[in-house]
Design a protein around this ligand. Sequence first.
Ligand code: PEP
Ligand code: MG
Length: 606
Amino acid sequence: MADAIRGKGVISGIAIGKIMLAGQNLDGYLVNYQPESKEVESKKAQDALTAVAETLRENIDRLQKQNMVEQAAIMEAHRMMVQDPMMAQKIEEKLEENASAPQAVLKAAEEQAQMFEMMEDEYFAARAVDLRDVGKRVAKYILGVKEPELGDEKVILCGREIEPSVIAGMPTDKIAGVILGSGSTTAHAVIIAKARAIPTIVGLNKEDRIDKIADGDHVIMDGEEGKIIVNPSEEELAGYNEKIKKQQELAAHYAQLKDLPAVTTDGVKVDLMANIGTHMDVDNALKYGAKGVGLFRSEFVFMGRQDIPNEEDQFKAYKEAVEKCQGNLCVIRTMDIGGDKPLPYLNIPEEENPFLGYRAVRISLQRKDLFLPQLKAILRAGVYGKVGIMVPMIINVAEFKKVKEFIEEAKLELAHEGKAYAEDVQVGIMVETPAAAVMTPVLAKYVDFFSIGTNDLVQYTLACDRGNANIAELYNHFNPAVLQLIQRTITSARENGIWAGMCGEMASDPNAAVILMAMGISELSMSAPSIPRVKEKIRNISSTKAKEILADVMKMEDGDEIKRAPLRRLVKTNICKKINPCLKAKLAYAQTTPLGRDFCMQILVS
Ligand code: PEP
Ligand code: MG
């Protein structure tokens, strides 16, 4: 039997397939790179330049045959940069300064990129982006980091770091699983994977476990248990195929819930919506019974490309999502660039604390050239359905007022240009900073809705990095400080006649959903595959019971205690109902997981 490699399972599901190494952020690879003598490093750099130039030439031929003239021209420019004697000379200089081969390449490209940037001519200044891209490509070759190249078979993407845009840019039906060295439940690469129900395991950079997995390896990955089996035996494969069958039975049960409302036994209704990263995710969301989109992370429209998408490009993406929502609300969040979603072509200077820095609405308000086309594109998409505009990272009323002024300006421009747009678009904010949550009684007078972003709200309230696996225990959405801010936000909304929802990951926790419902939340938006679980929990409880649980929870002083308490109570509620129609499928599946075994034990002892 093969030895299992352990990580942290964050998106359940089993994938069996071939590994494809991927990854755009090279930091993790560079740290682990072992340089050899200067001569060997120099040879590696030269070989990499030759190999990359050759690959580019092949790509150019293919693109020309497909009549993709523009892309072929860009690739040709890249090839010339790779073969430029200046590049080779700069690399040698860096090697002389004791840089390793990949570092020398990256530094050489960066130095030249900065020279381009200083040029007055806009065209040349823009070439800086290409140079950095080329440098990265050559460095990747040396580090053995492959660009994902897709065949017919589904692959399991694996890397120390995988940028969200890599997953977002690949067709859903080509990725069977994701294995990430870094990351946590709320890392953006994970969030995208979640929207697409891709089994995902993170945290394998610990003790360099990720290095035990090689490109092309055949693996079983269990996203529930965080277990990866490389080159499994026949016996292991048979065991997992059985498990997959049980999973399918559970999925079939959940499918029956698709068109049923999320309503308590005494008639309190909550709208369950989906979080999406691209318009392509809407189809998947509808499959799970989403009643529209509560969060379209529009920054993904900006990522994975070389330049800013213009109004027309954005309009097409938003329109498609809005149309697919078939008259249900589609909330489009204005771009949330920064934090762990950098946008290389914006050339934002490196920051010490990117999550506290130039991010989201702070960029939008300073970059009218970016913000206005985005607002115009959203307003135009509003003609094709029901649209909401949501602003991320708000900390005060003044920011929101400025956003409203921009929206008015966007409407005026559209009217002037004779383009159709929606007048009646709701404009709301993410409540994801403690400042916003505290100020919700005031903000509620200006906005049409609140959507609580717990991924950031938890990290900012508890001073606890959302991506740091070492302090993951502290990152708890049941912490009483967080719960108080959430309760305050929902109450402020209700008192001012607007709606409050949640689009942070907390919304996908069925136990949290019960508490939130009791607090008076009217919408929960989550990665689509979580919808059936949350729906089932809501349909199996009364609002009276939920309020009792909430009252108990709000008296508790410790987040860990709260985390455990509702689970026990709610499991009991389910047992008492006895008529739970999916119990059989659930038990069969539950017995195959550690968490589920616990669950079964509780049923047996009650
Ligand atoms: C959040 O912070 O909860 C949220 C939904 O936004 P993001 O995860 O994109 O930062
Ligand atoms: Mg956020």
